[in-house]
Design a protein around this ligand. Structure first.
Ligand code: SAM
Length: 254
């Protein structure tokens, strides 16, 4: 299976995205008795948090990765939460009837989709009339490391958005998806994440993997990589390391 994330990646990134996640829950505009779907739920931490915050709502997490779902189910079993469940599935063929889900949340999944429009069609099919869709995406084109090496940073951003990530401009295009699929009452918010911890930032960007892929595909030389990493470490040691990245949140009603 072509896996994108291991469980530790998702655990580490979840911690500093808490504000973003809380905002996305709010945007779902849930009511008591609602059925909510978290598509591409990963290790299920958002499903559990939402179910804990809203005990009157049923929350289903769906993901195509059985290993992540195993972690999700194990985490669920260690709680007293009784309004959450997980199913294995694909965003392109959702195992639900037309108009059967009150709200759908999709965080950092569209960037991985080769056929985002097909997913939008499927989401619209199962979402109930007046139901809310909330999508959270990483705007990789806004990544800044403030290393001073403009050329390398530009290369990294171009590689991330154009090569490494399947739908690297998903966040930039997200408004089109909502307009083309005729969602109403569209709302857009942008939250900038600022990280001062080099290890946390490297994990979020998957820096080592990205740089290795760039070398393999001749976008960067080994010398350039090593010199840049040395500089980033120098900046981190001097306690002035900063990374910023915009996260886009969008909601609309069917
Ligand atoms: C970055 S993770 C995000 C996980 C979670 N939404 C979060 O924010 O913590 C992307 C998730 O999307 C899932 N995914 C990717 N393509 C998918 C598809 N076609 N159908 C279902 N899940 C998919 C991956 O397995 C992975 O768990």
């Amino acid at each position: 299976m072509n896996k994108t994330y291991d469980t530790t990646y998702l655990k580490k990134t979840t911690d500093f995205l808490l504000n973003l996640k809380a905002t996305s829950f709010f945007m779902l505009d849930l009511e008591s008795g609602n059925l909510v779907l978290d598509l591409g739920c990963g290790n299920g931490s958002d499903v559990l948090e939402l179910a804990r915050l809203m005990p009157d709502v049923q929350v289903i997490g769906l993901d195509k990765d059985p290993e992540l779902l195993e972690v999700a189910r194990k985490n669920l079993a260690s709680t007293t939460i009784n309004n959450a469940s997980f199913i294995e599935g694909d965003v392109y063929t959702l195992p639900f009837n037309e108009n059967s889900i009150n709200a759908i949340r999709v965080e950092r999944v569209f960037q991985h989709l080769e056929q985002p429009e097909k997913a939008m069609e499927e989401i619209k099919r199962v979402l109930s009339i007046e139901g809310n869709l909330v999508i959270v995406e990483t705007d990789w084109s806004t990544l800044n490391l403030y290393s001073g090496d403009i050329e390398i940073e530009n290369k990294v951003v171009a590689f991330l958005t154009g090569k490494f990530i399947k739908n690297g401009y998903a966040a930039k295009k997200i408004m089109n998806y909502f307009i083309d699929f005729k969602y109403k009452k569209i709302q857009l918010q942008v939250i900038t994440i600022t990280l001062n911890d080099f290890a946390a930032a490297s994990n979020l960007i998957r820096l080592n993997e990205v740089l290795s892929a760039m070398i393999d595909q001749n976008y960067l030389s080994l010398d350039e990589k090593e010199a840049w990493l040395k500089k980033l470490n120098y900046i981190a040691d001097a306690k002035c390391f900063v990374v910023t990245l915009n996260m886009v949140l969008i909601s609309g009603k069917k």
